[in-house]
Design a protein around this ligand. Structure first.
Ligand SMILES: Nc1ncnc2c1ncn2[C@@H]1O[C@H](COP(=O)(O)OP(=O)(O)OP(=O)(O)O)[C@@H](O)[C@H]1O
Ligand SMILES: [Mg+2]
Length: 252
């Protein structure tokens, strides 16, 4: 079934690529046929999060040379399908409006990582999305950015599935989920804690869902994947103990 789910944000660095990568991997592990696509055409980092740096064709080639999307689709060692973008500065001038044609042919579930804000590249992603998740942190400027993005995406006919509140540390100065829901009129469908294991997983060149499925962020990604696919998932009991043993194993 064709389903194009964009991962959007108003501000940069809130966790779009992290959410795209780990949500897609969790959905894949729950049995969903899903492809994660790097449409952050000027600053692509999906390959970095997946630990893959070398590929022949990318989304840029699909857009510029009219290649079929399948020519730029790779299978990660976890089995997850992904479409990277070139990190080379040579491709800075690509015309993002060509994304529309690329996704006209898509017949599968895709999760699209996007650039932040409301520039042309971000608007081009919104143009091809049926639905979107909007990522923010509990910081006021990020929430203000999310409000603007939600308004623009909605005006373009994108169905906002919900807000992902990321990097939550439960500090008293953080904007709460209910405050965000009140100002945006949009439900916060998942809260993802700030998680050091996630940062460590980057140094092992693995998404956290692969690196340590018992970590607090990985379990949150599984819960989000379960919500979006309808496939049942419940947090493993003794997750903290299992997480500790897993990390010790990685350090040995
Ligand atoms: N829940 C989390 N806990 C700790 N660190 C996180 C969490 N989520 C994301 N990060 C870290 O925050 C940084 C920014 O994340 P990411 O690259 O996913 O953001 P982004 O929104 O895609 O950024 P950009 O707008 O630049 O594309 C990364 O170093 C990532 O590992
Ligand atoms: Mg990103």
């Amino acid at each position: 079934m064709r389903r194009v789910l964009g991962v959007l944000s108003g501000k940069g660095g809130v966790g779009k690529t992290t959410v795209s990568t780990n949500l897609a991997l969790a959905m894949h592990n729950l049995g969903e046929d899903v492809v994660v696509v790097d449409a952050d055409l000027k600053n692509p980092t999906l390959g970095i999060q997946l630990g893959v740096f070398d590929y022949d064709n990318t989304l840029h080639d699909v857009m510029e040379k009219g290649l079929p999307l399948l020519e730029a689709m790779y299978i990660h060692k976890t089995g997850l399908k992904f479409v990277p973008s070139h990190v080379s500065l040579t491709y800075l001038g690509v015309d993002s409006s060509k994304l529309k044609k690329v996704f006209e042919e898509a017949y599968f579930t895709s999760i699209i990582d996007s650039p932040p804000g409301l520039g042309n590249e971000a608007l081009s992603v919104m143009e091809v999305c049926d639905e979107a998740l909007v990522v923010t942190t509990p910081s006021l400027p990020d929430v203000a950015g999310a409000m603007r993005t939600i308004e623009v995406a909605k005006s373009m006919g994108v169905v906002i599935k919900g807000i992902i509140l990321n990097k939550v540390m439960k500090k008293d100065y953080e904007v709460t989920a209910s405050e965000i829901e009140a100002v945006t009129g949009t439900p916060v469908i998942k809260v993802i804690p700030w998680d050091e294991t996630l940062l460590r997983s980057l140094s092992y060149k693995q998404p956290v869902v692969e690196f340590n499925k018992y970590s607090s962020s990985a379990m949150s990604f599984y819960e989000l994947a379960s919500k979006l696919t309808g496939v049942e998932y419940s947090r493993p009991s003794l997750a903290k103990l299992k997480s500790m043993f897993k990390l010790m194993g990685n350090k040995l």
